[in-house]
Ligand binder design. Structure first.
Ligand SMILES: CC(C)(COP(=O)(O)OP(=O)(O)OC[C@H]1O[C@@H](n2cnc3c(N)ncnc32)[C@H](O)[C@@H]1OP(=O)(O)O)[C@@H](O)C(=O)NCCC(=O)NCCS
Length: 183
């Protein structure tokens, strides 16, 4: 599997025969309509929302950066990165980013796409903004598939529980990124 990141050479990650080339690509005009057509299973909407609701505000907010997960160039998932005060109290400063609205399209789940996308997130961030040192996210305590996918990708449980969500308590997970000597 090769993985594209913004403006750079392809990066090689592990091979997983269940999916094609996974890349992270900023959502621009070229991908926008295809991203808007994606969504998780209806019962999972409470975890991530759907791009028709989450993409437009991310596009309007200069502190957010909408990202498509693509397989062989075709969008199969979505998330947004958010920094700054609007991201909430879990974001401690300029070096932190919140990962939100993350999902893989219902038709492509269970094939290792989320872990593949998350594994290249550090490289993506290094090119997007080298000052970033930590990615933070919240995940509902009853969302086992997402918890496992994040842990597989190297996120760790901070031990904190976030009670600000509408659908129950959420774990706070974090991933250190950037040069190891600067973390
Ligand atoms: C969580 C999610 C991103 C995982 O993506 P993925 O590409 O399917 O990840 P994986 O292929 O590694 O599958 C993760 C686990 O979920 C299981 N799984 C995947 N799709 C599933 C489904 N629709 N129903 C039940 N289990 C499912 C897989 O079998 C795997 O189980 P395992 O950990 O026991 O091996 C994806 O299921 C999703 O988009 N869910 C809805 C939105 C969501 O919960 N987002 C997270 C917000 S914090």
């Amino acid at each position: 599997m090769t993985v594209d990141v913004i403006g750079g050479e392809d990066l090689t990650a592990d091979d997983d025969p269940r999916h094609g080339e996974i890349a992270l690509v900023p959502v621009g005009l070229r991908l926008r309509s295809r991203v808007l057509a994606l969504g998780p299973h209806p019962t999972q909407r409470r975890y991530s929302g759907v791009p028709t609701d989450t993409l437009p505000p991310a596009e309007r907010d200069p502190a957010q950066h909408p990202v498509a997960i693509t397989e062989d160039g075709v969008p199969v998932g979505f998330f947004a990165l958010q920094g700054g005060p609007g991201a909430g109290r879990l974001i401690r400063g300029r070096q932190d980013m919140l990962l939100r609205a993350f999902f893989v399209d219902a038709s492509r789940q269970g094939q290792g796409i989320a872990p593949a996308a998350l594994r290249v997130l550090p490289e993506y961030l290094a090119r997007f903004d080298p000052a970033i040192r930590r990615v933070v996210l919240t995940v509902n305590t009853d969302n086992g598939p997402a918890i496992r996918a994040y842990l597989r990708a190297g996120f760790t449980d901070t031990g904190e529980l976030f009670h600000g969500g509408v659908y129950g308590p959420q774990h706070v997970f974090a991933l250190s990124v950037g040069p190891p000597d600067r973390r």
